[in-house]
Design a protein around this ligand. Structure first.
Ligand code: ADP
Ligand code: MG
Length: 386
């Protein structure tokens, strides 16, 4: 196990217009679990392949532990790989698939056998050891794939979408398993995924990428609650954050064109808005209150769509071109065509620069939220041990 540091890591494929990975800086702590999250084509796999040594580096540095590994052969980097299409060798039994790399490293038969049995036990694939890959289900193949990556006891474990071809139930099952394994083995791990739930559920910190560039690198809750920019805000969350154009009106309020929403501009928000006349306003669907009666600051509208999802009800209200999605506890009260009143929880509002998309809102509306240092004050304190 070791820390992994990427310094302005860049990859430009020949004949490509723009870099696939663009000056990526990332410091992964020893034993940490990191998710690289972003849309298809944003450079996640390229990053992982450079770390593994399967792809040359155009510029920048990869350090594992104390060693710069840019020029090292893949097998000398101490990384374990489980890629979604990193096939098992069909003619070999699972046991020999697992042993293959250990043999290549010159380990003795007894030690190899011991390690194979041990990892098979950890991943609960003992009964598969004497089967050939063709006899395995896709979930079993992924387990074997991961076992093969881990059996070498890598300094860094790299997983590229290991769950994306599995059906939903198996995916959640294996996800739980990966989390348990990490808690046990504490490999420094990077998982690549385009699935935000997977990233949120597994990772200590998430690196969100777009178009080869790092957008934000922080804990799941921080990335979710304080997205660094409009891209991150829109990428995490299902249904996604509502994002509107908002203008500073002569009335001194923040108005969403096409709607009757006119939000007060508090002194903190005024400071953030600065001299801007226009910005982007974001609010998650559960930051919107829906009611059949008008209250202070609520805005009338007609229900356009209702989605009954069993554990929540989503209500969409349309104002001209603008569709506002809310998510509320399950109710049968709302049907399309019904008049309702929407109200935004001010502390759930996010402000972004309308040109750069950068977040403005720290110290703005959300300043009313419970500050992190006072959060959990009501929790029962564990006795201090000494
Ligand atoms: P992701 O894993 O996030 O989906 P990739 O790292 O696979 O993205 O790809 C990043 C970009 O690099 C994409 O535009 C892709 O088309 C391009 N790319 C990936 N592999 C190659 C390659 N071998 N040759 C040329 N371009 C590539
Ligand atoms: Mg990929």
């Amino acid at each position: 196990m070791a820390e992994l540091v990427l310094k302005t890591l860049t990859k430009v494929y020949t004949q490509a217009q723009s870099p696939a990975v663009d000056q990526l800086n990332l410091a992964v702590r020893d034993g940490e679990f990191i998710a690289l999250l972003g849309p298809s084509g944003c450079g996640k796999s390229t990053t992982l392949r450079m770390v593994a040594g399967l792809e040359s580096v155009t510029a920048g540095e990869i350090r594992i532990g104390k060693k710069v590994v840019n020029k090292l052969h893949p097998k000398d980097r101490g990384v374990g790989l489980a890629f979604e299409n990193y096939a098992l060798y069909p003619p070999l039994k699972v046991r020999d698939n697992l042993a293959f790399n250990l043999r290549a490293h010159g380990l003795g038969a007894k030690e190899i056998n011991r390690r194979v049995e041990e990892i098979a036990c950890t991943l609960q694939i003992q009964e598969l050891l004497d089967l050939k890959p063709a006899a395995l289900s896709s979930g079993q193949k992924q387990r074997v794939n991961m076992a093969r990556a881990m059996v070498r006891r890598p300094s860094v474990l790299l997983l590229d979408e290991p769950l994306s071809h599995l059906d939903a139930r198996l995916r959640v099952e294996l996800r739980t398993e990966i989390k348990r394994l990490h808690a046990e083995q504490r490999f420094t791990t990077i998982i690549v995924t385009h699935d935000q739930l997977e990233a949120m559920a597994l990772a200590d910190r998430i690196a969100v990428m777009n178009e080869g560039k790092l957008q934000q690198f922080d804990t799941p809750l921080e990335v979710f609650n304080h997205p660094a920019n409009e891209f991150v805000a829109g990428f995490l969350g299902e249904p996604p954050m509502n994002i509107f154009r908002a203008v500073v009106a002569d009335s001194g309020r923040l108005v969403i064109p096409d709607t009757d929403f006119a939000l007060p501009i508090t002194p903190g928000v005024k400071k953030l808005i600065d001299s801007r006349k226009e910005l982007k306003l974001g609010i998650r669907p559960w930051g919107i209150r829906v009611s059949q009666t008008q209250t202070d600051g609520s805005v009338p509208g007609k229900v356009a769509v209702v989605e009954d999802l069993g554990d929540e009800t989503r209500v969409g209200v349309r104002y001209g071109e603008v569709l506002i999605m809310s998510s509320i506890p399950v109710t049968r009260r709302y049907r399309p065509g019904l008049q309702v009143f929407l109200r935004f929880n001010e502390e759930d509002l996010n402000l972004f620069d309308s040109i750069t998309g950068e977040r403005l809102s720290d110290g703005g509306y959300e300043a009313n939220q419970t500050a992190p240092e006072t959060a959990g004050k009501n929790e029962i304190q564990a006795p201090v041990s000494r």
